[in-house]
Design a protein around this ligand. Structure first.
Ligand code: WTA
Length: 651
């Protein structure tokens, strides 16, 4: 068990009620109200979800709320809607035209405040420009952008015309971008010349050019952000300011079928290349809308800051769609949290009077390490609610967040969900559910979560098992792009009749869920999902590597760190120079987020008699959990062989 797991066990009896004033003003004000709402949604899911969906605009009503059973479920069949219309036109129709939709600050300090009316105009311009360029409904568009308003505008423009976007995190390499372009059948890339990161330019257009060598597309639309020199291919490359700014700001949002694909977002699984998770329009919209409203208990004057990049699902559902669907002002910041100084976040909160901060435990641990003096310099009294996402939070980081950032007055919502679930599944409703540091507490209304054993039988209190969802929900993934069998196998093949995507958890006697982390070969580095296989493939693609095995070890700051065991090719020797070369190779193949923390060379890797690498043994060695102790002894292959023999070959 990881250190944070042990900590959770020790502190689980601490519990914090929502402050009375918070509860009084909340949508769901008490545990009783939550339980009644939960029961209602559970007993009558059709009634519950149809009420929620009716709060949104439908161009045509659905004829059937929900059809099919796992794995093939559809929602709102026969219904037609438009997500961008709901984010923009519907808000303007409610009188919010002049309200700020996006509050933006670039890393260099440039600011923009874009109202819902202005945002609609920009989205319509972008939609018209895309149509002019030949992008049609159903076409796939990659968005590879810094965190600037144009990223959200491009997403909304695609959603508006029914083009399927696939946002690729700007930290991914040209190689990773090329893989995604090919897998998704991308014909159009929207990017920028660069983005600002710690005072330097992240050269996005250059990466696109490199990716297009192996993965050509028809057109590239480029935002000028940093004015760095870029190379240009006439006919293929187009400046955003030429195309979008010149386009009409009028565009009638077409009615799209509820099950029309909305986006593909790649995420890592246990095997093979990243999977393109497919979400569809109606169900995703309803999930993003309702979860944002309930979990963040939104108020009209909220300034909501979700610090995730739009390259991740959290950026999709909470920076862009969930916030705008609720008519909420969303704060977008381009750069690093410690640029120019470690108080950039706190300065932003004080300056823009952010009321909700939603960030990752890794960031919180980094802030803790940088010291209280940085937040203490700023007035954080505008904050009323804090959230975390992406990885388990250790109770000491939770307590620090509560005390130093939240001034002990802000409830914390620890939200568990996944790229596949589309929206938050487990989280406190902040006015209703008392929080416990390290627990994501209870499922949202409409979410049927259980902890079961391999046979699908529910575990007793405090007994660890697999976290599953056993009833369909609107924002569930519909398939894996191009591989429906893999979708069925991956999510519904492990535990019969239930959705299971890799997390182990337990429930305490109060019914609170404690997510312990992945039980598969997915690792979580700073809240970013990677598979050990992906990093292994990157390593073995290097000519000097014969074999590689990758495992995670607990890391105080990042949650987990990547440790690689590498057998060099015959004639090659492990050295610190080769180690540096391999680390750089992984960065080039995947991106800096996958750079191994440690590389150990060994003449052979421990294997079972059937030839499977004994990962459990390597994991234990990397974490210092075995009597083998010192990892440096791994350099001696005979020790590995001996250890392998001790462990037998059951793995
Ligand atoms: C982990 C991110 C503990 C989990 C939204 C899950 C969490 C994976 C939490 C999904 C949490 C996410 N507590 N673990 N509150 N939230 N995780 O697809 O292992 O990038 O399976 O989605 O992150 O990562 P993904």
């Amino acid at each position: 068990m990881s250190e944070s797991g042990i900590e959770s066990v020790l502190t689980e009896n601490r519990s914090f009620e929502a402050p009375a004033a918070f509860a009084k003003a909340a949508r769901v004000k008490s545990l009783g109200e939550y339980e009644a709402l939960y029961r209602r949604a559970d007993e009558d899911p059709d009634g519950y979800w149809s009420e929620v969906a009716s709060e949104l605009h439908w161009h045509a009503p659905w004829s059937s709320l929900r059809s099919g059973v796992f794995p093939d479920c559809t929602w709102f069949d026969g219904g037609e809607t438009n997500l961008a219309f709901n984010c923009l036109d519907a808000q303007i129709a409610k009188g919010l035209g002049d309200k700020t939709a996006i509050l933006f600050e670039g890393e260099p300090g440039d600011q923009q405040s874009i109202s819902f009316s202005e945002l609609r105009a920009k989205v319509c311009q972008c939609a018209n420009a895309l149509l002019d360029l030949g992008v049609a409904k159903g076409d796939r568009v990659a968005i590879y952008m810094p965190m600037i308003p144009e990223a959200a505008i491009a997403m909304l423009a695609c959603a508006r015309i029914g083009a399927v976007h696939s946002v690729v995190f700007g930290g991914f390499s040209a190689g990773a971008l090329a893989d995604r372009i090919l897998d998704a059948g991308i014909e159009t890339v929207i990017t920028a010349d660069g983005g600002w990161r710690r005072g330097s330019v992240l050269e996005l257009k250059k990466n696109v050019d490199d990716a297009l060598v192996t993965a050509p597309v028809k057109r590239v639309l480029v935002v000028k952000r940093c004015a760095n020199p870029v190379s240009w291919q006439e006919g293929r490359d187009h400046w955003w300011h030429d195309r979008v700014d010149a386009a009409s700001s009028e565009h009638q949002a077409p009615a799209l079928e509820a099950e029309h694909p909305l986006f593909i977002l790649y995420t890592s699984g246990t095997t093979g290349k990243p999977k393109g998770i497919v979400h569809t329009t109606g169900g995703y919209m309803v999930g993003a809308y309702q979860s944002t409203k309930l979990v963040f208990d939104l108020k009209d004057d909220d300034i909501f800051w979700c610090t995730a990049d739009v390259g991740w699902i959290t950026g999709h559902s909470y920076v862009v769609y969930g916030a705008l669907l609720n008519g909420t002002t969303t704060l977008v910041y381009e750069g690093a949290p410690n640029h120019p100084q470690p108080d950039r976040f706190w300065e932003l909160i004080a300056k823009h009077k952010a009321t909700i901060l939603y960030t990752a435990p890794t960031a919180i641990r980094a802030f803790m390490r940088w010291g209280d003096e940085w937040p203490n310099k700023h007035d954080l009294s505008s904050l009323r609610l804090l959230g975390t996402v992406g990885e388990p939070i250790n109770p000491s980081a939770w307590m620090w967040y509560r005390e130093v950032i939240g001034g002990e007055r802000c409830p914390i919502v620890d939200t568990w969900w996944q790229t596949e679930t589309g929206s938050i599944m487990l989280s406190p409703l902040p006015g209703a559910i008392a929080t416990k540091p390290g627990s994501c507490t209870r499922p949202l209304p409409g979410v049927s979560a259980k902890i079961v054993d391999k046979q699908g039988v529910e575990c007793a209190a405090n007994v660890g098992g697999f976290l599953v969802i056993d009833k369909p929900w609107p924002s569930m993934l519909r398939t894996i792009n191009g591989d429906h069998d893999r979708f069925v196998q991956t999510y519904f093949g492990e535990i019969e009749g239930k959705y299971f995507a890799g997390d182990g958890a337990r429930r305490d006697p109060d019914g609170y869920f404690w997510v312990m982390g992945r039980v598969d070969d997915v690792i979580n580095v700073s809240g970013h999902r990677l598979s050990t296989m992906e990093v292994e493939s990157a390593l073995v693609s290097h000519p000097k590597v014969a074999e590689a095995a990758v495992v995670a070890k607990p890391d105080e700051l990042k949650g987990q760190a990547i440790v690689a065991f590498v057998t060099p090719m015959k004639g090659e020797k492990g050295s610190s120079a080769l180690s540096a070369e391999l680390r750089q190779h992984v960065v080039t193949q995947i991106g800096a987020l996958a750079r191994p923390e440690e590389i150990h060379f060994a003449d052979a890797l421990p294997k079972t008699r059937s030839g499977k690498i004994m990962r459990r043994l390597l994991r234990d060695l990397a974490s210092g959990n075995t009597t083998a102790g010192d990892v440096s002894t791994l350099e001696d292959a005979s020790i590995l062989t001996t250890l392998a023999a001790q462990y037998g070959d059951e793995e």
